[in-house]
Design a protein around this ligand. Sequence first.
Ligand SMILES: [Zn+2]
Length: 271
Amino acid sequence: MPELPEVEITCLGLQPILKQTIKSIVIRNSYLRWPVPSHLKKTLPNKKVLNIKRRAKYILIQFENAHLMIHLGMSGRLEIDEKGTHIHKHNHVEIEFKNTKNILRYIDPRRFGSIHWVDGDINQHFLISKLGPEPLERLFTDKYLFSKIQNKKTSIKKIIMDHHIVVGVGNIYASEALFKSGVLPSKLGQDVTLSECKKIVKYIKETLKKAIELGGSSLRDFYSVNGQSGYFQQTYKVYGRKGKPCRKCKSLIESKIIAQRSSFYCPSCQG
Ligand SMILES: [Zn+2]
């Protein structure tokens, strides 16, 4: 599943369409998680791409007073290809631009992704308005996290994966950040101290930045991004390493289901 770093890298990879004007859109299959709006065939032509940014795992392509909001779901990806190149079987949507051979393709075998058209203020959209702060931005601090865990009888892992509290901390990044912080994923929010919050926030930021850097370093040959690229995988400390020796203390990594997700941890390093 594309996580925040892959989405960030996708946004960087989309730079070639910045300032480009759309010629047309082809919708081959509108049945994504939500139907692709058919009015896009009329709405999009002649619109100029003013900016490309990310909010949580949404890719926001900005036009004058409106956005195209794309979510990659479980298996989606965006590719910039040249016109006339081979069409992928799961290429559901294609956007052509004026005065360039570049086309933007949305490919999604499992079709859990979505494409929305949002007029006006994007922050008022129902999928965006209730989201917590971005993990890499200044609003996400130790004091903020500490304020959110008071009296919480929920595990810290579930709390940091809750997008109302902070967005974009997926299972992998939560597991890795908690290992580096020395905090067990099952520890209840109310028992986590401010100094532990400090570490958790620091390592969430660090882990995500590292993954973005590693993905970004392959941007030279970038024109497609997919969630399985695995730049970051070789560096996992605990995620997916059940039964393997801890990279710090050699104890065997354990796993446990917390909030329906596998959680990996070192029983010695994390308390
Ligand atoms: Zn250990």
